[in-house]
Design a protein around this ligand. Structure first.
Ligand SMILES: Nc1ncnc2c1ncn2[C@@H]1O[C@H](COP(=O)(O)OP(=O)(O)O)[C@@H](O)[C@H]1O
Ligand SMILES: [Mg+2]
Length: 254
């Protein structure tokens, strides 16, 4: 046990699965320029579940997208492990995203013409990597998808589609899994299932998970909640309770 966080491993450059250093992101130029990230420094420790919260427009998606190599910062650095994303060429970035990261989006982002099983193995198939069959079976069984693997997304409920997206993110055992409001389109039962899966991935499989959420209940599954406002990191809570999260959010929004 770590005395600072109360759980898991301590954060530190050597132990960080991902980190931002002076991350600055501006959209547009001149008078209409918007500062989405105002020099953010943050570390996401390995084997931790972190939730990012903050008011709408506070920079949550921008932070996640810059840290996951889906968008590039104006200045500053984003690291996955020891790899500085700003130093990568397009091809290297594509390979890094494919081999080292998992993504879960609010809108599931499944390929409609492929079955659930094909969607889950698609990134590995594109990479020409072999899927660990035993792990595939373990993950899909844990997610309650065993009898749904031949179905296409349109034949699945929203909750089932998001569980397929979770399986797709987990099957290659990436270094870190990012989710931008992964439960944003789900009812409370399906949300709970997805959050339980992510919690288990951290507790049982030594995964690292970072999600953006505006839901205090979802954030309470995390080991740590960091709060953004106006593109700045302004607060954090370790081992958060729903009440602590709600109180902090109320303080930010008032
Ligand atoms: N593509 C874009 N072009 C211009 N402004 C953007 C773009 N994306 C985001 N922004 C602005 O950047 C700020 C942060 O946005 P975002 O990261 O999406 O916030 P959040 O996810 O917390 O709601 C907001 O002011 C938003 O309007
Ligand atoms: Mg957002």
């Amino acid at each position: 046990m770590d005395s600072v966080t109360g759980k898991h491993r301590a954060a530190g450059p050597a132990g960080a699965a991902a980190r931002a250093v002076g991350l600055f992101k501006q959209y547009g130029e001149g008078e209409t320029a918007v500062t989405a990230l105002d020099h953010v420094d943050v570390e996401f420790a390995r084997n931790q579940f972190t939730a990012i919260m903050g008011p709408s427009g506070s920079g949550k998606s921008t932070l996640m997208h810059c840290m996951a190599g889906l968008d590039s910062a104006t200045s500053g650095s984003a690291y996955i492990g020891d790899t500085d994303l700003s130093g990568l060429r397009d091809k290297e970035m594509t390979a890094l995203r494919r081999d080292r990261l998992g993504f879960i989006f609010q809108s599931f982002n499944l390929v409609p013409t492929l079955t659930a099983a094909e969607n889950i193995t698609l990134p590995s198939d594109i990479a020409g990597a072999k899927v660990d069959q035993e792990w595939f079976e373990e993950i899909t069984s844990r997610l309650g998808l065993t009898n749904r693997l031949t179905h296409r997304p349109a034949e699945l409920s929203g909750g089932q589609q998001q569980r397929v997206a979770c399986a797709r993110a987990l099957v290659s055992r990436p270094e870190i899994i990012f989710g931008d409001e992964p439960t944003g389109n789900l009812d409370s039962n399906s949300s709970r299932e997805v959050l339980d899966i992510l919690r288990t991935a951290v507790d049982q499989d030594d995964q690292t998970v970072v999600i953006v959420t505006h839901d205090a209940k979802a954030a309470s599954y995390a080991d740590r909640v960091v709060f953004l406002a106006d593109g700045r990191l302004i607060n954090e809570i370790l081992d958060p309770t729903i009440d602590e999260i709600l109180a902090t959010m109320a303080g930010i929004e008032s």
